[in-house]
Design a binder for this molecule. Structure first.
Ligand code: 3PG
Length: 393
């Protein structure tokens, strides 16, 4: 796709869709600005070449018309001003009088952030009239919102459509994310190992199916392992399981053969607390009154060994309840093995990205995605309308 680097932006206004859907604390401060930081290359590329930037994003899932003050993008705009070390204008609406006035007042090198797009009904609806008003603010459209690329909200699809013949390009972040996530899948260096965790099989069905066709091994962890264990006739005690997905788990086990690797032991607790009574048992032998809360040490060792020998590793989803020590040990062992390996390592966003950051391994992996749902959708092999419709190089 054509990139923001390929267009002449001097004296022009670029309407850039970013994903500033960042966590805020009770005082309204951004607690993890990584998504803002990752948008800096595109923003700087425009202002450094004498262009003007209008940034638009959603934050959270507000209800249009309700009291949505806690979903304001103002804290993200302030975080951006800090990172850029220059003032950033903020409009209290998206297509209203404040946005139009502030967009009109921009001079070369200026940056304006619009209020949360989801304050308007038209955003989730993909409304053409709303999109037309946004498109009218600028000369160039840039999609640098990787975390939102699996959505078809107005700012992702209807706005670039409404730009007509004006340039519609990708930003540096979207370009980089797509390169890592699709190259890994199209022509991986082998052995290619995927590690999939998280609570629900239902969230990962399509990813498991797609990756079983591409990877040499797909390692399963997290609570979804207990649904697989049940499918094999194992005892899961009080573990979290999806009973209605047991048949599907059986199908995946049959289809996966020896590519699909399940835990051999489980770290269990008799309560959902760090201070509970703990026991390590063989997979499928969880006693009544206990629930599985992490992969066991044998599994962690086996997974680490498989990661060590891999040339490409993709990881999405924690191996256990990593926010509740000692049930973070399986996730830590996997993160450590990935950090120690020379493989091309791609970490899906969301919880696994948070785990890698929390453990301080972010610099030791090839790529940490800023997308949760979007990175999973890419691993499922989906194509994104929001990217497909952009200009070709
Ligand atoms: C995300 O955090 O996954 C993206 O910002 C998308 O948010 P959404 O799931 O509310 O559309």
């Amino acid at each position: 796709k054509k990139s923001i680097a390929d267009v002449d932006v001097a004296g022009k206004t670029v309407l850039m869709r970013v994903d500033f859907n960042v966590p805020l604390d009770d005082a309204g401060k951004v607690t993890d600005a990584r998504r803002v930081e990752m948008a800096l290359p595109s923003i700087k590329s425009v202002i450094d070449r004498g262009g003007r930037v209008i940034l638009m994003s959603h934050l959270g899932r507000p209800e249009p018309g309700a009291d949505n003050s806690k979903y304001s993008l103002k804290p993200a705009a302030e975080a951006l001003a800090g990172l850029l070390s220059k003032p950033v204008a903020f409009a209290t609406d998206t297509v209203g009088s404040d946005a139009v006035a502030k967009a009109g007042a921009l001079t070369d090198g200026d940056v304006l952030v619009l209020e949360n797009l989801r304050f308007e009904k038209g955003e989730k609806k993909g409304d053409a009239e709303f999109a037309g008003k946004l498109a009218a603010l600028a000369d160039i459209y840039c999609n640098d919102a990787f975390g939102t690329c699996h959505r078809t909200d107005a700012s992702m699809v209807a706005v670039p459509e409404a730009m007509g013949d004006k340039p519609k390009v990708v930003g540096y972040l979207v370009d980089k994310e797509i390169k890592y996530l699709t190259d890994a899948i199209k022509s991986p260096q082998r052995p290619f190992v995927a590690i999939l965790g998280g609570a629900k099989v239902s969230d990962k069905i399509m990813v498991i199916k797609n990756l079983l066709g591409i990877c040499d091994k797909v390692l399963i962890g997290g609570a979804m392992a207990y649904t697989f264990s049940l499918a094999e006739g194992g005892k899961v005690g009080g573990s979290l399981v999806e009973k209605d997905k047991v048949d599907l788990a059986k199908e995946l086990i049959a289809a996966g053969g020896d590519k699909l690797v399940l835990p051999v032991d489980t770290h269990c607790g008799d309560d959902f607390k760090s201070s509970c009574n703990k026991v390590v048992v063989k997979a499928g032998e969880i006693p009544d009154g206990f629930e599985g809360l992490d992969i066991g040490p044998e599994t962690a060792k086996m997974y680490a060994e498989l990661v060590k020998n891999a040339k490409t590793v993709v990881w999405n989803g924690p191996m256990g309840v990593f926010e509740m020590p000692p049930f973070d040990e399986g996730t830590k062992a996997v993160a450590q093995a990935i950090a120690d390996s020379d493989s091309i390592s791609i970490i899906g966003g969301g919880d696994s990205a948070a785990a890698v950051a929390q453990l301080g391994f972010a610099d030791q992996v090839s790529h940490v995605s800023t997308g949760g749902g979007a990175s999973l959708a890419m691993l499922e092999g989906q194509k994104f309308a929001a990217v497909e419709l952009l200009d070709e190089k």
